[in-house]
Design a protein around this ligand. Sequence first.
Ligand SMILES: *[C@@H]1O[C@H](CO)[C@@H](O)[C@H](O)[C@H]1NC(C)=O
Ligand SMILES: *[C@@H]1O[C@H](CO)[C@@H](O)[C@H](O)[C@H]1NC(C)=O
Ligand SMILES: *[C@@H]1O[C@H](CO)[C@@H](O)[C@H](O)[C@H]1NC(C)=O
Ligand SMILES: *[C@@H]1O[C@H](CO)[C@@H](O)[C@H](O)[C@H]1NC(C)=O
Length: 390
Amino acid sequence: MPTLSLRNTYILSLWLAIVFPFVGLFTALLVVAAPNSQLCARGQNVVDSTPTCKATASPRVFQPASFNASKWIWTGENLTPGGNNIISTRPLRKNITTPCDKCAVCATIIVASDDAHTFYVNGVRIGAGGNWKQGQALFVALQPSWNLFAIAGQNTVVNSPAGIMATILIHYSDGTSGTFITDESWRTLRAAPPANFQLPSVDDSTWAFAAVQGTFQNSVWGQPTLPPVLPLTGSNWIWTSDNVGGNAPVGSRAFRKTIKQCTKVAVCATVLISADNHYTLYVNGATVGSGSSFSAADAYTIPNLLPTFNTFAINATNDAGPAGVIATIFITYRDGSNETVVTDGSWKAALTLPQGFESSSFDDSAWQNAKVVGAYGVAPWGGALTIPRA
Ligand SMILES: *[C@@H]1O[C@H](CO)[C@@H](O)[C@H](O)[C@H]1NC(C)=O
Ligand SMILES: *[C@@H]1O[C@H](CO)[C@@H](O)[C@H](O)[C@H]1NC(C)=O
Ligand SMILES: *[C@@H]1O[C@H](CO)[C@@H](O)[C@H](O)[C@H]1NC(C)=O
Ligand SMILES: *[C@@H]1O[C@H](CO)[C@@H](O)[C@H](O)[C@H]1NC(C)=O
């Protein structure tokens, strides 16, 4: 049996020293990769070339927008504010530049219209509606330094008042926000919108300025109310398998949902959540907030989503009898699109809360699927939870 020379021992230990860290790293990678059987396929991940802000802000309680300072605007074809207008569609545009020490991340928009509107941000259609009594809420990801907001306003009733009123609440990367309103600085035309009027490439510098038709406090329309942040309709009360006939044992349960999008970049989320009896919500391991009311939902803004994978985790606790947790998660993507995720049977659930259950790298693949107790509206909670306004 050959004996190891001193030199060979040295080489062997060098070899071990070099190889073992790699073996260790390789094992670590396997461990980290294990829960991500949902990893994006190679080359599937989008390369996000858009300049972005490094969001330093943390998840926080949802900040409502307000019509308070906003103004109804139209073209001024009728010189009397709030006066009658012909049946028509008119373009309205505003380029909102970000203060130089800030970086825009995403926005909450509330908009009311007589009679209808289609709303575009940076050329992308983000929603349409038509109601002067209640605003519509829209959420959108933004560009860092400037954003073009464009509206096609419609007057569909012959000889009737025409107006659009919007407030744009912009969230900056540092956690601050700025409020912008429709006013006489918006651009418009006394003509139908030219083709692709919503695109940033269209030059509106020769367009007229919009004419104010009234203020929030004083107009022919009265004061539009704010819409609920998000609907709970479409979502479900969920619990673990030990919830039988709506009732479950006293104790805490863990729930998780990882939202994967390989081909678009997630930016912000708005979350609406309620539990019977208590919840603590986490995103990617960070605490978002807690609550203890099954007759009212809480709303949060998450301004710092990760591009591809985002893990929402909930510690939900039952004090007695009926047990359930319900949530709606609204995600905005860099390309202007959005996705709504609700609590349902695709969530993972566990009867205990293992150490680190809230972290994104935690492996929940062996967990049970959440049990759907019932769709929003089901007894004993009913369909009348108080929902914060947008
Ligand atoms: C509404 O406007 C008034 C003054 O115009 C201001 O004092 C108040 O704080 C505003 N409220 C909101 C919610 O912005
Ligand atoms: C989400 O996107 C759809 C499709 O573009 C749009 O109709 C809807 O208004 C958007 N929702 C919100 C709340 O922004
Ligand atoms: C908006 O304003 C910024 C700053 O002046 C400018 O760089 C950008 O081109 C403008 N965008 C549009 C669509 O007008
Ligand atoms: C879960 O929430 C309950 C109720 O708030 C709390 O007592 C418990 O410590 C929490 N468990 C963990 C692991 O966070």
